[in-house]
Design a protein around this ligand. Structure first.
Ligand code: NAD
Ligand code: ZN
Length: 247
C-alpha cells in the first residue's frame, strides 16, 4: 500500500517536535475487539448505552458486571495489532508524543506505549464504590459476580467512565494540554461522536496543529483534517511510521 501523502505534507509531519494521537475503537478492531456500533457490539439484545451508565449499575450491578465479564473474556485472549505497535514506535520518532485513547482494552500498553492517556478508563481496573480505591484485576471470567472489595466488602465497579459521568480532571488536563501543544495531531479509528474526546481535534487545529486522520470511513472531523488516510489503521500506521523514519 502506498500512502497518499504529498512530499510537502510529509516534510511538515517530519518537522513536528510535539505530536499527539487520539485513538478510538477502530484501532482495536483488527485485533478482534468489537466496536460498539458494529453488529458484534451487541450483548443479549442490550445496547452499550443501556449498560454503561451509573443508573444501570445502581439498578442491577449483577447485569452490568455480566456484560463487563463478557467483554473482558472477549478481550483477554486478544493481542495488539500492527497499528498499536506503530503508535508505540511514534514515541521514538517524535521528541514529544502523547497518546490519548478512548479505548479501555489496554492494548496500547500491551504494545509498548508507555503512558497512554486513557480518557475513558481501563476495563482491567476495578474501583471500590465506597473507598474509591483502584485495583488491577485480570481474571476473566470473574469467579464471583458482582465482585466485592477485599478491603471493605462494598461493591466494586469497573474503572470506566460511563455515559453521563464526567472525566477525571487530571486526565482531561493531560489530553487538552497535549492537543493545544501539538504541532501534529493524529485522529485514528474514532467515529468522533463522543465528547469531550472529539473536541480535541478542533482544539489541536485551532492551536495550529496539522491534523492527520486515519479511518476506514469519513467522520464528523474529516473536514478538519489536512491529510485523510482512508483504510485500516493496522495497515496504514506501519506504512506511515516507515515514511516518517525514512530519510
Ligand atoms: N476497544 C475498546 O476499548 C472499545 C471498544 C468499543 C467501544 N469502546 C468505547 O466506546 C466509545 C466508542 O467510540 P469510538 O469513536 O472509540 O468508536 P466507535 O465504535 O464509535 O467508532 C469506531 C470508528 O473506527 C472506524 N474503524 C473501524 N475499523 C477501523 C480500522 N480497522 N481502522 C481504522 N478505523 C476503523 C470506524 O469507521 C469508526 O469511525 C468510546 O468511548 C470507547 O471508550 C471502546
Ligand atoms: Zn472498599
Amino acid at each position: 500500500m502506498t500512502l497518499n501523502i504529498s512530499p510537502g505534507d510529509l516534510r511538515r509531519m517530519k518537522q513536528a517536535r510535539r505530536a499527539a494521537a487520539l485513538t478510538g475503537a477502530g484501532v482495536s478492531a483488527e485485533s478482534g475487539v468489537p466496536t460498539f456500533r458494529g453488529k458484534d457490539g451487541l450483548w443479549r439484545s442490550f445496547r452499550a448505552e443501556d449498560l454503561a451508565t451509573p443508573e444501570a449499575f445502581a439498578r442491577d450491578p449483577k447485569l452490568v458486571w455480566e456484560w463487563y465479564d463478557w467483554r473482558r473474556s472477549l478481550i483477554a485472549p486478544l493481542a495488539p495489532n500492527p497499528g498499536h505497535y506503530a503508535l508505540a514506535q511514534m514515541e521514538k520518532i517524535f521528541p514529544r508524543f502523547t497518546l490519548i485513547t478512548q479505548n479501555v482494552d489496554g492494548l496500547h500498553r500491551a504494545a509498548g506505549s508507555t503512558a497512554p492517556v486513557e480518557m475513558h478508563g481501563n476495563i482491567w481496573l476495578t474501583r471500590c464504590v465506597r473507598e474509591g480505591s483502584i485495583c488491577e484485576n485480570r481474571q476473566a471470567p470473574l469467579p464471583e459476580i458482582p465482585p466485592r472489595c477485599p478491603g471493605c466488602g462494598a461493591l466494586l465497579r469497573p474503572h470506566i467512565v460511563w455515559f453521563g459521568e464526567s472525566l477525571d480532571p487530571d486526565v482531561l488536563e493531560q489530553a487538552f494540554t497535549a492537543a493545544r501543544e501539538a504541532e501534529l495531531f493524529f485522529v485514528i479509528g474514532t467515529a468522533a461522536a463522543v465528547q469531550p474526546a472529539a473536541s480535541l481535534v478542533g482544539i489541536a487545529k485551532e492551536h495550529g496543529a496539522m491534523v492527520v486522520e486515519v479511518n476506514v470511513e469519513e467522520t464528523p472531523v474529516t473536514h478538519l483534517a489536512d491529510v485523510s488516510l482512508r483504510g485500516p489503521s493496522g495497515k496504514i500506521l506501519p506504512e506511515l511510521v516507515n515514511l516518517l523514519q525514512s530519510a
